[in-house]
Write a protein that binds this ligand. Structure first.
Ligand code: ARG
Length: 565
């Protein structure tokens, strides 16, 4: 996907691909390497069926012939039946990786494409909930990954700050609002008002009329009470969200709420009209999508003349295209909104744009809590803030037990608690539902964030204790660390694959393999105090490569990397 200096195993993969392509007299892009099912067989594999078919010969025979023909520097080819396997020679692998893994730009790319990532996008006047955790964590990770590969990334937060529900909120505020409560706990109070509105609406029809008037006043664009209060609610909500964004290292180039597109909606409707896609249906304006295989039409304006969520998304997409001419625009939004994205892409397609297909919905599954007192608190929905606080509280207990002398336990607890929640989210396939079990999330053993953080901190501690400069590493002394080098060597490809598939899990799983190999390395090989300063120097280089790669990988995922824990 991106131009880059090959790093890690990619260098050897390239050689294998070129040699096989030459032997088969095919262009290199026809050759796809796989991973051998059994790691013992080597680092790359290639089934011969497809090529044997073309050459009208037996696949096993072709494999045998290729093995005797191929001559690849630093790589040994072998065959098992119709499969070719390639194994990188120990010394070449150690030489390459001992240098690569310690480089500041290990795994980075040089793409110059422009990638927009829209993520998080909570609704004002309501607490961010656990679903917003997923979009925030996945979106922030994807943005960092694309940036690492060189992309010009624009991070956008499409705050939900517009729509008729704000008429209801304003009507409720007029009747029952309290300045003191709003000051003390803004979102909690606004939520309370919203809930009360819905409870009383059923018995009090005047509320509905009041809500409509408020929204009309808001939509008028005039500087009236409705607008002033709505602005105030927006600011207060964003103030509260900011803490959560910071805790999750979610940064945004543009915090642009739906309301930002308000003055672009009329132009948008005209643009749709000029494209000839609008139809009038009972006073409402729609775009029929039957021709695109979607039976539900896209509603652009209600019969009352108000615009909708979809109208604002169309305006946002158009405005982003005009402003950025993006190569891709990713929307990290829950799977339950899939139809909405299908519809609005189909509208853009029907309008004849040549960029509609650069818009991509990146859906994800739900979070489910296992039984326990933390699934809800006092009957209300668990907010994202509650989850993070609880994770940090639990992490504090663990840190207290493990390292009672640590100088800054609160700080480490924050990093470990947040890291645990973030990693737990990202280690799962994005589209699958995630089951949230506190013990599992925070465990220091197993496939967890704290385990990775701990491995990283362990490397830092070894390097700290060694307290020496690493110089002139002799790779021959590291040729016995094959598993570690292979695991580290897969890091650059994992970053690329995570970007291509929009799947941070691939990077998360690669980091777990790296940590496992790293842990075996320092368990089996004495790094410090082995009476051989030359060997110590070399092994410290391996530890430093491990530290460097974990630090970059965890940074990409948004897992903090304390040096001591
Ligand atoms: N505010 C919406 C929610 O919290 C998500 C917005 C998603 N982004 C979009 N462009 N529609 O459910």
């Amino acid at each position: 996907m991106s131009e880059s200096t090959p790093h890690g195993l990619a260098i050897f993969a390239q050689r294998v691909t070129d040699a096989v392509a030459a032997a088969l007299q095919l262009p290199a892009d026809q050759i796809q390497l796989e991973r051998p099912r059994n790691e013992e067989h080597g680092e790359f594999a290639m089934p011969c069926f497809r090529f044997a078919k073309v050459q009208k010969c037996n696949p096993a025979e072709l494999a045998g012939r290729l093995v005797s023909d191929l001559n690849i520097a630093d790589v040994t080819a072998s065959n098992i039946g119709p499969f070719l396997n390639f194994r990188i020679d120990d010394l070449a692998l150690a030489t390459q990786m001992a240098a690569d893994a310690r480089r500041e730009d290990f795994g980075k790319g040089l793409s110059s494409e422009r990638t927009l990532v829209e993520y998080s996008s909570p609704n004002i006047a309501k607490p961010m909930h656990i679903g917003h955790l997923r979009t925030t964590v996945i979106g922030a990770a994807l943005a960092r990954i694309f940036e690492f590969l060189g992309h010009d990334v624009v991070r956008i937060n499409h705050i939900g700050d517009w729509g008729s529900q704000f008429g209801k909120l304003l009507a409720a505020w007029r009747r029952w609002g309290s300045d003191e409560k709003l000051e003390a706990e803004p979102i909690a109070h606004l939520l309370e008002l919203y809930v009360r509105y819905h409870a009383e609406e059923k018995t009090d029809p005047s509320l509905d009329a009041a809500a409509k008037d408020e929204f009309l006043a808001l939509e008028s664009g005039e500087e009236n009470d409705a607008r002033r209060d709505w602005k105030h609610f927006t600011e207060l909500s964003l103030g509260e969200f900011k803490t959560t964004f910071e805790r999750l290292d979610a940064r945004f180039d543009l915090i642009r709420g739906e309301s930002w597109y308000e003055d672009k909606l009329e132009d948008l409707v005209q643009w749709l009209d000029a494209a000839g896609v609008l139809e009038w249906n009972d006073g409402a304006i729609i775009v029929d999508l039957e021709s695109e295989g979607i039976s539900t039409p896209c509603l652009v304006k209600t019969s009352r003349g108000t615009t909708l969520y979809a109208t604002r998304d169309l305006a946002a997409a158009k405005s982003r295209w005009d402003e950025f001419h993006f190569d891709r625009c990713l929307y990290v939004v829950g799977a339950e909104q899939s139809l909405h994205f299908k519809q609005f892409k189909a509208v853009l397609k029907r309008c004849g744009t040549d960029w509609w297909n650069r818009i991509e919905h990146i859906p994800f599954g739900l979070v489910r809590f296992t039984e326990g007192k933390l699934s809800t608190r006092e009957g209300r929905v668990l907010s994202l803030q509650d989850v993070l606080d609880r994770a940090v509280e639990l992490a504090r207990e663990i840190v207290e037990a493990k390292n009672p002398d640590h100088v800054d336990k609160d700080w480490v607890a924050e990093q470990v608690g947040i890291g645990a929640v973030v990693f737990h989210d990202l280690k799962h396939q994005r589209q699958k539902d995630v089951v949230f079990n506190w013990n599992e999330v925070l465990s220091f053993e197993g496939d967890t964030g704290p385990y990775l953080q701990y491995t990283h901190a362990r490397c830092c501690s070894i390097l700290r204790k060694a307290d020496r400069q690493i110089t002139d590493v002799d790779p021959a002394l590291l040729a016995d660390a094959r598993d570690l080098w292979v695991a580290l060597g897969r890091f650059p490809a994992a970053v690329r694959e995570a970007a291509e598939k929009r799947e941070p899990m691939l990077l998360a799983q690669t980091l777990l393999k790296i940590a496992a190999a790293g842990n075996s390395f320092y368990r089996e090989k004495r790094v410090l105090g082995n009476d051989d300063p030359v060997l110590e120097n070399a092994r410290l280089a391996a530890i430093d490569g491990l530290r460097n790669t974990l630090a970059h990988g965890l940074m990409l995922l948004g897992v903090p990397t304390p040096e001591e824990m």
